[in-house]
Design a protein around this ligand. Sequence first.
Ligand code: TRP
Length: 362
Amino acid sequence: MSEKIILTGDRPTGRLHIGHYVGSLKRRVELQNAGEFDKIFIMIADAQALTDNADNPEKVRQNIIEVALDYLAVGLDPEKSTIFIQSQIPELCELSFYYMNLVTVARLQRNPTVKSEIQARNFEASIPVGFFTYPISQAADITAFKATTVPVGEDQEPMLEQAKEIVRKFNSIYGEALVEPKILLPENKACLRLPGIDGNAKMSKSLDNCIYLAEEPEEIQKKIMSMYTDPNHIRVQDPGTIEGNTVFTYLDAFGRTDHFERFLPDYSSLEELKEHYKRGGLGDVKVKKFLNKIMQEELEPIRNRRKEYQKNISYVYEILKKGSEAAEKVAAQTLADVKSAMRINYFEDESLIAGQQEKYCE
Ligand code: TRP
C-alpha cells in the first residue's frame, strides 16, 4: 500500500517554454531520476485542450508531438515515466461523469483559475460546458492514477484543491476508494511564475513573450538582449531596481554560484551582482550577457536531444502509444474500484442478484 505516484501533464496548445521548464518540467525529471517514486505518469492533456479549442482540433493535434518532443528533450525517460495522451483513456470520461455529481456549479464558478481563464478568453456569456467543468475532469486525471503527488505550477493550485474536495466527498459517501493528492510547487519563488521577456507576469504564446525550449541559440540571445529591465536605469552609472526586473528574476530562477566562476568571475554571488546594480555602475548589457551564457548552457542539451528525437517521429508516437496502453490499464482498475465502491458493478455483485431474487420468492 501507499505507493508514491506522480501524475502531471500539459495542454498541447503550443511548444513548451522555459516557464514550463522551471515551473514543472525540470522538477519532474529530477524526481524521475531520484527514483523515489513508484510510478510516474505524464499526460498530454489533449481532451482538456479541446475544452477551449473545440473549433480548432488541428491545433491540438499538431501540438501533441511538440509537447512529446519537449518532454523527451528535457530528459523524461519513457523507461521510467509513462507518457500518454489523455483522449486515449476513455475511463477518464467515465470517472468525470460520476464526479460531476459531487461538485456544485457555484463551486466551479469560484475556481480562481477558471475565472481568470474565462476572462482571458472573453467567454463570459458563452462558456463551453466542457471548459467550465474541466477542473472535474482534471480530478479524474489525477485520481485515475491514484496520484499522491502532482508537480505543477502555481496556477494549478485551485485545480488541486478542487480535486481534493472531490476525493474527500467521494470517500465519505462511498468509502475510501480514492487517494488524496498533494500539490508539489517549485521551491524557488522565481520559478513559481516566470515572467515573459517583456516583463508581463505571465509567459504565454498569445503574448509573444516566450523563450521556447526548442529555440535556436541566436534567437535566445536576441530575446535576452531585448528583455525588459528597469526602465529608469538609463545610464550605466544610474542606480537600478531589482524588483520586477526580468533579467534578475531569470537569474533568480536559473543562476547558480558556479556560473559566476565560469562566466562572470568579477562577482562571487547573485547578491553581490544585485548590490552593484542597485548602487549604480553596472550596465544592463553586462547582466544580459551573463544571463545569455547561463541560458545557452541550460538549453543546448535540451535542443540537441530534441533534434535527435525529431529524426524519428514514428518512434515518438510509438512511445505515446505504449504509454497510453499502459496508462489505460491503471485507469481501468481505478474505474472498477470506483464502480464497486459506488455499487454500480451489478453483474459482479452476487449478493445483489441473490437479494433481488429473494424479494420475489416466498
Ligand atoms: N491544467 C493543466 C495545464 O493547463 C494540464 C493538466 C490536465 C493537468 N490534467 C492535469 C496537470 C492533471 C496536472 C494534473 O497545464
